[in-house]
Ligand binder design. Structure first.
Ligand code: ADP
Length: 450
């Protein structure tokens, strides 16, 4: 086992990793930008190193500074959290070159899944169902038109390097395809420096359902069930739950077994998430994330398995994964992503938290790094807390969530708490009847003002 781990991240996820390390008796090194000197992850870590000025490019993405921090502190491994360098294969390679263990999958698998065209090809080869579309990249507008006619409009133009919904454009019909290709290409070039595009059939009313996996790198992999992340705004997840209100145990077992078998065949190492769209009883692979996900706590709450602990033990080598039969799903969990944003316009709302009171009680978990008096810097993601609630049934979970949202007080900045207080009372949400477009439609129709 490692003696010391450096956490190459900030905010709630840095704290999440730190907690797992403490429970394993591993010393922690926090890194921070000058804007984060007062951050909770810095206060709670055993040691901390300032790695640069506020812009992420100069601090949290600054590989030489991170390497220097490893060397100064003698950290043997790096946990990247999510975002930042978590899906950067080159970073994993550079760490290996310096005898520091990257806590995550192999650089080959990160690279493979980072290219969404290659990822889809690999998924199909491993027997995972994929969304119909172009087989690989589209090389010209004329070729794109030919393929789009074959799969049928509407089609979605996607970037091979895609992420965070960027480089993704819908073409409803032939007339709109040229523009969609041009915009997606420009967006992909600007965001990723790489503008290879591919086409996918646009599914009209799908849910987003993803499967959590763990692999030992030697051909054994298990699944930890699904998360339903259909409630999204601008392709960003807002509310996640497990189990999905749309699946029964048999469907879960079937797709889970397919994914676990495929990940075993791939010799996948560590934690990963295979994302699907789900429509009319069919699953369609869209991508795989080779890292811990923001929404991982809902899986932890219904399986009792600490995913970060598993990641660390897998990376350290020599420890066994749980067997599939030992994974028991109990109850229902929901996570709300609380952002420092205006709940109507979603404009970021950084600043000082003048009053803070977090909910508690049975079945309530708050993953957050903020506290009363903390100043939310304007430089990073606006996620400030995740409220995760578990109950024996979905109804109990919803009642508990309603109660926890009522207790939660954050003053001084605007937050998305009012959105969740509305959602938890909505008849469609209560009935579990929603798809990936539900939330945007609800907001467009002024659902929040009513
Ligand atoms: P990114 O990596 O940019 O987040 P994804 O491929 O994971 O992109 O897709 C993000 C979201 O976009 C999905 O959760 C879904 O809401 C929507 N989406 C992606 N592919 C399709 C599709 N073929 N049809 C309909 N919606 C899609």
């Amino acid at each position: 086992m490692f003696d010391k781990i450096l956490i190459a991240n900030r905010g709630e996820i840095a704290l999440r990793v730190l907690r797992a390390c403490k429970e394993l008796g591993i010393a922690t090194v926090a890194v921070h930008s000058t804007a984060d000197a007062e951050a909770m992850h810095v206060k709670l870590a055993d040691e901390s190193v300032c790695i640069g000025p506020p812009p992420a490019r100069e601090s949290y993405l600054n590989v030489p500074a991170l390497l220097a921090a490893c060397e100064i502190t003698g950290a043997e491994a790096v946990h990247p959290g999510y975002g930042f360098l978590s899906e950067n294969a080159r970073f994993a390679e550079i760490l290996a070159d310096h005898n520091v263990q990257f806590i995550g999958p192999s650089p080959e698998h990160i690279r493979l899944m980072g290219d969404k065209i290659e990822a889809k090809r690999t998924a199909a080869r491993l027997g995972i169902p994929v969304v119909p579309g172009s087989e690989g990249a589209v090389s010209s507008d004329a070729e794109a038109l030919k393929i789009a006619r074959k799969i049928g409009f509407p089609v979605l133009v996607k970037a091979a390097a895609g992420g965070g919904g960027r480089g993704m454009k819908l073409a409803e019909n032939e007339g709109a395809l040229g523009q969609a290709l041009a915009t997606a290409r420009a967006e992909a070039k600007a965001a990723f420096g790489y503008d290879t595009l591919y086409l996918e059939k646009y599914l009209v009313h799908p849910r987003h359902i993803e499967i959590q996996v763990l692999g030992d790198g030697n051909g054994h992999a298990i699944h930890l069930g699904e998360r339903d992340c259909s409630l999204q705004r601008r392709h960003q997840k807002v509310w996640e739950e497990s189990p999905s209100p749309a699946l029964n145990a048999e469907q879960r077992g079937k797709i889970g077994a397919t994914v676990a078998r495929a990940m075993g065949e791939l010799k996948y190492l560590g934690a990963g998430t295979v994302e699907f769209l789900y429509e009319n009883g069919e699953f369609y692979f869209i991508e795989m994330n080779t890292r811990l996900q923001v929404e991982h706590p809902v899986t932890e709450m219904i399986t009792g398995i600490d995913l970060v602990n598993e990641q660390i033990r897998i990376a350290a080598g020599g420890s066994r994964l749980p067997e599939q039969n030992d994974v028991v799903f109990a109850g229902h969990a929901i996570e709300c992503r609380i952002n420092a944003e205006n709940p109507q316009t979603f404009a970021p709302s950084p600043g000082r938290i003048s009053y803070y009171y977090a909910p508690g009680g049975l079945g309530v978990r708050v993953d957050s790094a903020v506290y009363q008096g903390y100043v939310i810097p304007p430089f990073y993601d606006s996620l400030i807390a995740k409220l995760i609630v578990v109950g024996k049934t979905r109804n109990e979970c919803l009642a508990r969530l309603k109660r926890a949202l009522h207790e939660y007080v954050i003053e001084g900045v605007e937050t998305t708490l009012p959105l969740f207080r509305t959602l938890v009372r909505n008849a469609d949400i209560v009935d579990g009847r929603y798809d990936i477009h539900w939330l945007e439609r609800f907001l467009e129709q002024g659902g929040l003002e009513k």
